[in-house]
Design a protein around this ligand. Structure first.
Ligand SMILES: C[S@@+](CC[C@H](N)C(=O)[O-])C[C@H]1O[C@@H](n2cnc3c(N)ncnc32)[C@H](O)[C@@H]1O
Length: 362
């Protein structure tokens, strides 16, 4: 039987305090490591390490045009947390290929490096988020730190690049319709990555993205021009309940439905905007229907709820209706919003480590 040391005055279980303090130290280490990851990403340190094999601080500093002393300190931190390997006999550092797939590129299914600036964005808006807690008036998506817009897309982009074309489109039964030529609207399109991926794959279809955030729409438009997709893809500033109901064959919501102030109103509007036989597709963060199961089964629950507390829920609360669905709404709540909005047939057609994909038909 294990012996517990109880503090004579406070009656606290000293071992439990120490064990929890160690866990909190781990959280502080994680929180500070995210800032170090942003440096590694922004300064090209991870990419240079991935390309360079085994490097000393001087080599890495020379390869990236950075200060050797600071690079050594950063490398020491990265070695301390087990990101880079340190060879004490040579003093060199390396980033194994398996870790480079997570931190040195956006173009890997395992890439997570894009999430790091998202977390830094959270820290930059702590005062405003605290105010949203006090007032209940939320914090608009557009009022977040601008790094969050790009970082969100980089984080979700790994999944979109990996799953959208090979898995989600077939699971939704949309391949033939998109090949033959469909009219597609994406609501809450942000900077437009999923729509551009679809447009590149299905040249016979027409695509329009709607988002209330002007800056994101501007960036999406630039992306269309860069990809030479003008004429087939356009992006417009519009609310999810107010875009033109042009009889779309497909309406998509990529990680945006729970961000809306009025998801039910948006689904009702989508029902009116769909052509007969049309499909509504919802890509949403993967979560269970109850908190205990979500915590037990979702390894990224801590990160996902932090994002929802800082971005998604206050973003929704800042809008009319302010439903505050939350990013981890789960299939049951999403399904009931869709059913209330006139979509009696809702099917889960795919799931990935971070996402679930629902198909709804009127
Ligand atoms: C988490 S981002 C997702 C963006 C994009 N779909 C992606 O996956 O990269 C959520 C988006 O929903 C948009 N949004 C929030 N409320 C909206 C509304 N009422 N009408 C239109 N867009 C809205 C935000 O501006 C933001 O671009």
């Amino acid at each position: 039987m294990s012996q517990h040391t109880t503090h004579p005055e406070t009656d606290l279980d000293v071992d439990a305090v120490q064990e929890f303090a160690v866990r909190v130290l781990g959280m502080l280490t994680g929180g500070s490591t995210v800032a170090m990851m942003v440096l590694g990403d922004r300064l090209g340190l991870y990419r240079a390490l991935a390309a360079g094999g085994s490097l000393g601080a001087a080599d890495l500093a020379a390869a990236t045009g950075t200060n050797e002393r600071l690079v050594l300190e950063w490398l020491s931190q990265q070695a301390a947390v087990g990101i880079v390997e340190h060879d004490p006999s040579t003093g060199a550092f390396s980033l194994p290929a398996e870790r480079a797939a997570v931190l040195a590129t956006d173009h890997s299914p395992a890439s997570l490096v894009g999430a790091a600036p998202m977390v830094c964005g959270m820290y930059r808006r702590v005062d405003e988020i605290a105010e949203a807690f006090r007032t209940g008036r939320g914090l608009a998506w557009g009022a977040q730190d601008p790094t969050v817009f790009e970082a969100t897309e980089r984080f979700f982009g790994a999944a979109y690049r990996t799953f959208l074309l090979p898995e989600w489109v077939p699971a939704l039964g949309l391949e033939d319709r998109l090949t033959a030529g469909a009219h597609v609207a994406d609501v809450g399109c942000g900077r437009g990555l999923p729509l551009v991926l679809l447009a590149e794959a299905f040249p016979g279809s027409r695509f329009v993205g709607y988002d209330s955030h002007e800056l994101s729409v501007d960036l999406a438009r630039r992306r269309v021009a860069d990809a030479g997709l003008e004429g087939r893809v356009r992006f417009e500033v519009a609310d999810s309940t107010g875009y033109p109901a042009e009889g779309y064959d497909v309406i998509t919501f990529f990680d945006s439905f729970h961000d809306l102030g009025d998801p039910r109103g948006a689904a009702e509007h989508a029902r009116r905007a769909l052509a007969p036989g049309g499909t509504l597709a919802l890509v949403e963060p993967r979560a269970a229907d109850d908190l205990a199961t979500t915590i037990a089964t979702m390894p990224a629950a801590g990160f996902a709820f932090a994002s929802s507390t800082a971005f998604c829920t206050p973003g929704s609360q800042s809008q009319p209706v302010g439903a505050g669905l939350g990013a981890q709404a789960g299939e049951g709540r999403l399904r009931s919003v869709l059913e209330d909005a006139g979509f009696p047939t809702v099917r889960r057609v795919a799931e990935t480590p971070f996402h679930l994909v629902l198909e709804a038909r009127p």
